[in-house]
Design a protein around this ligand. Structure first.
Ligand SMILES: [Zn+2]
Length: 210
């Protein structure tokens, strides 16, 4: 059971990843987590992350490669955040081929542009760690945290124009990747406009049918 999970920012990919690895007992291979870990010990990666520049393919690929050498992936895995580009996907294919590992499906949580913008730009957070959404999880008092009564703020990354830029970048990078996986027959489109539990049900149904 080896899967790839893809989806634009705002698609709820993190939540689904957690549900999938819990339900099926497979390993969550998140490049986000790998970066956070590598940042502590790897000076090259730290420099890129601090500067905000895109980490070059070669570094990302090597990081994933090292992770795939660990024994625990034999339980099955869910790749999250990788591959991002066709080049990365081709490198992944090479790695897997040499280890005789197969990918069973590539799940793409599909959310259209306007919906993703609405979901992300509506997020509000409190310094105590609580998070809200102006439409979906509004606080009892507008702009105030239910837990600590603190002032709610919008992360700079979540501002509408920033979100639109992020989504543009995502779209440009991923459209060729989606075509790439469609050709392999592994691509599974999941309607991300449904509720979290319905999205999960769809993914689960697919995995269990295999
Ligand atoms: Zn709070």
């Amino acid at each position: 059971m080896n899967y790839i999970l893809m989806g634009p920012p705002g698609a709820g990919k993190g939540t689904q990843a957690k549900k999938i690895v819990e339900k099926f007992g497979i390993v969550h291979l998140s490049t986000g987590d790998m970066f956070r870990e590598a940042k502590k010990s790897d000076e090259d990666i730290r420099k890129f992350l601090v500067s905000g520049r895109l980490v070059p393919d070669e570094i990302v690929v090597n990081m994933v490669k090292k992770r795939l050498e660990k024994d625990d992936i034999k339980k099955g895995f869910l790749l999250d955040g990788f591959p991002r580009t066709v080049n990365q996907a081709q490198e992944l294919d090479k790695m897997l081929k040499s280890e005789n590992i197969k990918i069973d499906a590539v799940f793409f949580i599909d959310v259209h542009f306007e919906e993703a913008v609405k979901r992300i730009s509506g997020r509000r957070v409190c310094s105590c760690g609580a998070s809200y959404h102006v439409n979906f999880i509004p606080p009892k008092v507008k702009g105030k945290c239910d837990v600590c009564n603190g002032e709610l703020i919008q992360r700079s990354d979540d501002k509408e124009n920033v979100v639109k830029d992020r989504l543009d970048v995502y779209k440009k990078q991923t459209s060729p990747l989606i075509d790439y996986y469609k050709k392999t027959g592994l691509f599974v489109n999941i309607d991300g406009l449904k509720s979290e539990s319905e999205v999960f049900k769809e993914i689960k149904k697919y995995i269990e049918a295999k």
